[in-house]
Design a protein around this ligand. Structure first.
Ligand SMILES: Nc1ncnc2c1ncn2[C@@H]1O[C@H](COP(=O)(O)OP(=O)(O)OP(=O)(O)O)[C@@H](O)[C@H]1O
Length: 948
């Protein structure tokens, strides 16, 4: 049954030439579908494994072995099977490998089949997921829609210009959402900020437009209310996106096609081409004066499904950029993102290819890699002793097997047979024992090398500065730590020993063959190179395809991973179908390569069998002739020759395989070392440490650009003095540089012009660890680590602490009560917070983050929009903590970026930042009297209250 289903799917795939992967799912019967789902379960479990990439790597490694050894093993097995002698020992060497290869081929084909089926299973799963949370999402959307309508209502009093402006923003928002479907998180954040800065006034207005009344209402609601938590995921920034989603849905409704969000998972996008295209058109639809929707549709029609090389994603974005004459800035951002993605390990196909071409053997890298194994020289020496012992014993196995045969058939001498059997036992034992120790020792060395490398690498990555992490995608770093190190291990351990072993075996076999029969030796010397060349040339091609297939599979996993980690966003936008479309797009590319690979594998195996069978026949025929006609050879010797030939072929291709692995491993090591060698300019240690840290901060003509966007001046001629114990609020439009100011105080980056001094010392001269021990930092997103509440609170503490201190900071941060609420947290401080604090609400996480900052007893406390990601109730709780802190901690410099007028008003110094410069500075009263930007912001907020 299982086979039939798979056959059926295969057939469909073939018929559709890859364009309609999964498209015929409807034609499967229910039973077949169930059967298929059952098959897919195993695959799904495997793919859920955290070591997915590692598995892929292993697969490639094994596949590589397969391609290199398969031919040799075939030949070896052919020879071994035709011989009547009991060549057990030699079969031991070859047969497991051959069996393993067969298994691999089966796994390979099964895997591709199951992956194809897995997609259908995913569709099914998505359908189930779709049905459940619809109501919650709607509720959230309605709430936010109301808020937005109110805002629009308030704005309607403004002039016509404002309306135009609003329309522009609307268009911009549409474009943001469209592009965000295709771009990386990092890329889109930049894009959003860029667009947000264009709509600065409205954004600013939005931020200041808060309703204190709402807070008191929400106070009564339970802190752990699930609904509240859902809402807490929707920050003011996301509010725009939700509004955008409404527009998007309207567009869908206007379209003559029926809306399909809950049904389409059943209807595969590959079958439903029109639906697919329409979706894409909807996604790429942007207001354009030059391109009508029809033109876009036509254009998309011509592109969808025809090109595999250029991803549909690229086409869509290209379309989008063509379609809008006004989106030059976006275009720049798009190309920037494209550039960035070239560093991504799962970058565009062409980029992956480029990287591959660069791969070549580098002696320096290899030597550096060997240094890691040199540490294990004692073990290595022992390993080499066993290696020689095993290789030598192996060379004698065919000889003793042949003599055993002669003693039986030709001489018919039982005593000699027993004697020879005893010799054979000794040789087999020597071979087995030394094989165990050799394998164990070299594998152990490999593991130790991996540990050392991973430690080195992780420590280098984590010590590197923030701009390094801005540039390197975390996925790439993780891939380097996982895949590349595993591959690099081959350069430092096992493969050298394998090469040496095979060289010894080759030499031994050649000598033995020469001694047994010179004329047969000549025949073999001609056959083996033909055989090895044929298989290695084709094997190389197959290996290339396998690697390409691996890249695509990694892309598929990466997409799924991104999707599942952003599942709330996907659900909130009801974008399950679109994600399935995107997933299927990548799968389609993967299938194309998989198809070619399957054809090539078939051809490879066919040709291999043919060549090896002919080679076997040649030796058998000529050997038989020598035995019968010339009386030059005994049948036992012929058997030995056959075994030696198989062993020689296997060893020869093993050598080329090991050498190629060493080259690959050197390439991986090279990438790794390049990353490891990136030296941070900002070092964690070194510099001034002094005892009287007061927290006086001075920005003197500071200019700053981010490293990878150095054409954009984020701060210029920025001057600001903050006295110890002062409360300072930074306000200004989005993208004006507020967070950047804070990042510079933390010295996440170095200024590009001017200087920042702390207590009169240039910040660059102060030891970074020392500086950070006096700065408490609470970020926008409350980020916790898995572990207990206590471990999280004391995360930054480098010295012992008392329970009193813990209680004290928790009370200050307004977290004490909920931590000691026995119903929800029976273990109190010892409660496990789950991965990234998943078991806590946003407000609880943020209050723990404040406790974490306070326990350092910092001299400077920074809040970077600490409440912006929280719902109203959580915001109130956190705000209360901040207000209390501002009143009680008089000796602490508090710098905050806030949007609540009440908080800002309490500050002694309010700094209004505009386009990277200080536009206004003073206290609330002074700034109101000045009647400038600040006054406008306050007026708007007050006007908002009045309207309500
Ligand atoms: N890591 C980064 N790399 C490159 N550019 C960045 C980076 N972080 C911020 N920027 C850019 O620097 C400018 C200032 O950003 P910043 O985060 O300081 O603004 P902000 O005033 O805090 O905005 P918001 O209120 O929206 O958080 C923006 O144009 C932004 O795109």
């Amino acid at each position: 049954m299982k086979k039939e289903v798979k056959k059926k799917i295969k057939k469909y795939f073939k018929e559709d030439g890859g364009d309609k992967v999964g498209g015929n799912k409807q034609q499967l019967t229910h039973e077949e579908q169930e059967e298929l789902d059952q098959c897919n379960l195993t695959e799904r479990q495997n793919s859920a494994s955290k070591d997915h990439n590692q598995n892929l790597d292993d697969e490639v490694e094994q596949k590589e072995q397969e391609t290199q050894h398969k031919s040799a093993n075939n030949l070896a097995n052919n020879f071994a099977n035709t011989s009547s002698s009991a060549s057990n020992s030699n079969q031991k060497e070859h047969q497991p490998a051959a069996a393993n290869n067969k298994q691999l081929i089966n796994q390979e084909s099964l895997k591709s089949e199951e992956e194809e089926g897995g997609k259908i299973d995913d569709d099914h799963q998505n359908k189930e997921d779709n049905e459940e949370p619809e109501i919650d999402v709607e509720e959230i959307r309605n709430k936010l829609r109301k808020t937005d309508l109110k805002n629009q209502g308030d704005q309607s009093s403004s002039s016509e210009d404002d309306e135009d402006e609003e329309q522009n923003i609307q268009e911009l928002r549409e474009r943001v959402v469209t592009i965000s479907q295709f771009e990386s998180k990092q890329g889109i954040q930049k894009l959003k900020k860029q667009i947000a800065s264009e709509s600065s006034e409205q954004e600013n207005y939005y931020r200041l437009f808060q309703k204190p009344e709402q807070e008191t209402e929400n106070q009564q609601e339970n802190d752990d209310n699930d609904d509240q938590e859902e809402i807490s995921d929707v920050s003011p920034k996301q509010d725009y996106d939700l509004e955008e989603e409404d527009d998007f849905e309207d567009e869908q409704a206007n379209n003559s096609q029926p809306k399909q969000p809950n049904k389409s998972p059943q209807q595969s996008p590959y079958k439903e081409d029109s639906f697919h295209k329409q979706k894409i058109v909807q996604l790429t639809k942007i207001p354009s004066k030059n391109h009508s929707e029809e033109t876009q549709l036509e254009h998309m029609n011509s592109t969808v499904g025809t090109s595999i090389e250029l991803s549909t994603q690229d086409q869509q974005i290209e379309q989008l950029l063509q379609g809008n004459q006004r989106s030059r800035s976006e275009s720049k951002t798009y190309h920037k993102i494209q550039d960035d993605s070239s560093n991504n390990v799962f970058g565009e196909d062409g980029q992956v290819e480029k990287k591959k071409k660069k791969k070549k053997f580098k002696w320096e890298t290899y030597k550096r890699m060997l240094k890691y194994s040199r540490k294990q020289w004692k073990l290595s020496l022992l390993g080499h002793i066993f290696l020689v012992a095993q290789s030598v014993s192996q060379v004698f196995i065919p000889s003793v097997s042949g003599r055993l045969l002669d003693a039986t058939i030709k001489e018919r001498d039982l005593d000699k047979l027993n004697q020879l059997a005893f010799q054979a036992i000794l040789i087999f034992l020597a071979n087995g024992v030394s094989s165990f120790f050799r394998t164990f020792i070299f594998s152990l060395i490999g593991e130790r090398v991996v540990i050392d490398l991973r430690n080195d690498c992780f420590s280098k990555f984590i010590h590197n500065e923030i701009s390094f992490h801005d540039k390197q995608h975390s996925g790439e770093l993780i891939s380097r730590l996982g895949n590349d190190i595993s591959t690099a291990k081959a350069a430092a351990s096992g493969n050298i020993s394998t090469t040496i072993r095979n060289v010894i075996i080759c030499i031994g076999n050649v000598i033995m063959l020469f001694l047994i029969s010179r004329s047969l030796f000549v025949v073999i010397a001609i056959m083996i190179p033909i055989f090895v060349i044929t298989s290695s040339v084709y094997g190389r091609y197959l290996k290339k395809l396998t690697k390409k297939y691996q890249d695509y599979t990694a892309k598929v996993s990466s997409h799924a991973q991104e999707c599942f980690s952003n599942i709330k966003t996907v659900k909130a936008f009801s974008n399950e179908d679109k994600e399935i479309l995107r997933y299927n797009e990548v799968m389609k590319q993967c299938y194309e390569v998989g198809y070619n690979k399957s054809v090539s594998s078939g051809l490879y195996n066919g040709i291999n069998s043919l060549v090896s069978d002919f080679a076997t026949l040649a030796v058998l025929w000529y050997g038989g002739y020598l035995v019968l006609q010339e009386n030059d050879l005994t049948s036992g010797q012929l058997a030995s020759v056959i075994l030696y030939t198989g062993s020689l072929a296997s060893a020869t291709s093993s050598i080329s395989s090991s050498l190629s692995k060493i080259v690959t491993a050197t390439g991986a090591s090279d990438r790794l070392f390049k990353l490891m060698d990136k030296k941070p300019k900002i070092k964690c240690q070194g510099g001034k440490t002094y005892f009287n840290f007061r927290g006086e901060i001075s920005f003197q003509n500071v200019g700053f650009s981010y490293k990878h966007t150095d054409h954009v001046k984020v701060l210029s001629e920025f001057n600001l003095d903050i006295k110890p114990g002062e409360r300072v609020a930074l306000v200004g439009e989005s993208g004006s540089g507020k967070s950047t100011v804070i990042r510079l105080i933390e010295r996440f980056y170095d200024v590009t012009q001017g200087q920042i001094t702390i207590d009169g010392y240039n910040i660059k001269e102060i030891d970074l660890n020392f500086l950070h021990s006096y700065i408490g930092y609470v970020s926008q997103e409350p980020l916790l680590f898995s572990g207990t509440i206590e471990e999280n609170i004391t995360y930054g503490l480098k010295k012992p602490y008392s329970r009193e201190l813990l209680d004290q900071v928790c009370k200050l941060a307004n977290s004490y009560n909920f931590i000691h609420d026995k119903t929800h947290f029976p273990l109190g401080y010892k409660t496990l917070v789950g991965e990234a604090g998943a078991k806590l609400s946003g407000g609880q996480k943020q209050r723990i983050a404040i406790s974490r900052a306070l326990i350092l007893q910092p001299k400077i406390l920074i809040f970077d929009e600490a409440t912006s990601a929280l719902d109203a109730e959580s915001e109130f709780q956190v705000q209360q903590a901040i207000d209390e802190l501002m009143q009680k901690q008089k000796d602490m410099t508090i710098i905050l970026i806030a949007h609540r007028l009440s908080t800002i008003m309490n500050c002694e110094k309010i700094v209004v930042i505009k386009k990277g410069k200080v536009a206004e500075i003073g206290n609330h009263k002074e700034l109101i009297e000045r009647n400038g930007i600040y006054k406008q912001l306050v007026d708007r907020q007050l006007q908002g209250f009045t309207n309500q």
